[in-house]
Design a binder for this molecule. Structure first.
Ligand SMILES: [Zn+2]
Length: 442
């Protein structure tokens, strides 16, 4: 069993029993947390731990904005009123990369650090890392959630960690070659950017290196078959695994097995996951095809615990069983609440628009595409959403392709886009994450 699963007990226990196993740990966690943190004493006021199952759904959700505000006041514990231990027990502080202004910080005690190491190791093990692997970690900063905790988890498996992130692409490419790296952990955008740079530096395609497993997270792109195939081809990889986590909860929570049909839940031993309807907060059942927002409770966490934390990640359940024998549902992240756009009265994720375009036209589109906003805070569009796409015009009638894309998006998503073509190379490739949305310079 140990060869196949990182955590054989929970990885193969029927999913409803995993949830039961987790719920059994909640009363003690809730009781203790009320004593340890002023903020949680408020959030959990009036909750009866005798009948926690019944009252769980009435515990208010917590949002990232609340936690950020608590920290910004600067009063009380180092990491704000939601901190659950005295400052001296913190062994590490991590920062969210954060898209809006100042970062949020979270902390780990030594026990938290070991729990993270175990569960994030499960994510990487599920995604294909083994003791024999030589793993290049392309993340540049130890302080971010995908930094030191990822390095720790890769070493926990016993794999050889080659932390190449933070070097110039040229040096990284040379190190990957010299160290015979077979696995890389990065974002999908970086994998593509870096494949091109490596080829330039080494004088041969990146596919001639020894990389065979590409592991990527941090953006939903790798779920798209076209992007997945492109990454696999550029690197000559025979396995591309998607992973997902979030710093406020645990930086590795989901990992994709060799079946390549969605991510398994790998955080079960430390974090409870619920699926809710983002509009009314009601629970959504774990059934194939269901969609919902993930809500997390970190029931072993000491330093900066969260109870019913709204992730704003919208998941779609691809399957509730898997030939690999893991019993957790398999999911894809379809988008984040923060990315949602509104065309007239319809909600749409930029990634959904991209997926429709790539489904039919990938062969004609050599580069990235992007949606143009007038202002940073623009969410609503009353006119068709401007979509800039690079088109390889050879052999293609631009007007026909434009109309085809616009029709496909309207039929499948019930929103309208206005396609604008540019020549290959006109949309800049980001080094870290390619954003699907950009703001037009005034
Ligand atoms: Zn599986």
């Amino acid at each position: 069993m140990a060869e196949h699963y990182w955590d054989p007990e929970l990885d193969t226990l029927p999913w409803d029993q995993v949830l039961e196993w987790q719920r059994a740990r909640l009363p003690e966690f809730v009781e203790g947390l009320r004593e340890r943190s002023i903020f949680h004493a408020g959030q959990l006021a009036g909750v009866s731990t005798d009948r926690l199952g019944e009252s769980w759904g009435s515990i208010p959700f917590v949002e990232k904005a609340q936690l950020r505000e608590l920290q910004q006041s600067g009063d009380g514990p180092l990491l704000g009123a939601a901190q659950g231990v005295p400052d001296a027990e913190l062994v590490q502080v991590l920062a969210s990369s954060g898209t809006t202004g100042s970062p949020t910080f979270f902390g780990l005690t030594e026990r938290d650090r070991r729990n993270w190491e175990f569960s994030i190791a499960n994510m990487f093990f599920t995604a294909g890392v083994r003791q024999s692997s030589v793993v290049a970690l392309a993340v540049a900063m130890p302080l971010v959630a995908g930094g030191l905790p990822y390095g720790d988890a890769i070493r926990r498996i016993g794999a050889t960690l080659a932390w190449v992130g933070g070097q110039t692409p040229a040096r990284m490419a040379q190190m990957i070659k010299r160290l015979k790296v077979d696995t890389m952990v990065s974002t999908a955008s970086f994998a593509t950017f870096f494949a091109e740079r490596s080829a330039e530096v080494l004088g041969h395609p990146a596919s001639e290196l020894s990389l065979r497993t590409m592991i990527g997270g941090g953006e939903p792109g790798l779920a798209q078959p076209e992007i997945r195939n492109r990454v696999a081809q550029e690197w000559g990889a025979d396995r591309v695994s998607e992973t997902m986590g979030l710093g406020d909860v645990m930086s590795g929570l989901w990992g994709e097995c060799a079946e390549a049909g969605g991510m398994h839940y790998t955080g079960a031993r430390n974090v409870l996951v619920e699926l809710i309807d983002p509009d009314d907060g009601r629970p959504v059942a774990w059934e194939p095809g269901a969609m919902g927002e993930a809500v997390y409770t970190t029931f072993t966490r000491e330093a900066t615990p969260v109870v019913r934390f709204r992730s704003r990640d919208h998941l779609r359940i691809e399957a509730t069983c898997c030939p690999c024998g893991r019993t957790s549902p398999r999911v894809r992240c379809v988008g984040r609440t923060d990315d949602m756009l509104i065309y007239k009265a319809m909600n749409v994720f930029p990634s959904a628009i991209r997926d429709v375009v790539l489904d039919d036209y990938a062969a004609l589109l050599p580069g990235p595409m992007r949606i143009r906003k007038e202002r940073v805070d623009q969410v609503r569009f009353d006119r068709p959403i401007p979509l800039e796409i690079e088109l390889d015009v050879r052999g293609a009638d631009a007007e026909t392709v434009k109309r085809g894309i616009e029709d496909a998006v309207r039929q499948k998503l019930r929103v309208q886009v206005a396609v604008e073509f540019g020549a290959p190379g006109t949309i800049p490739l980001a080094e870290y994450k390619n954003s699907l949305v950009y703001v037009k310079e005034a």
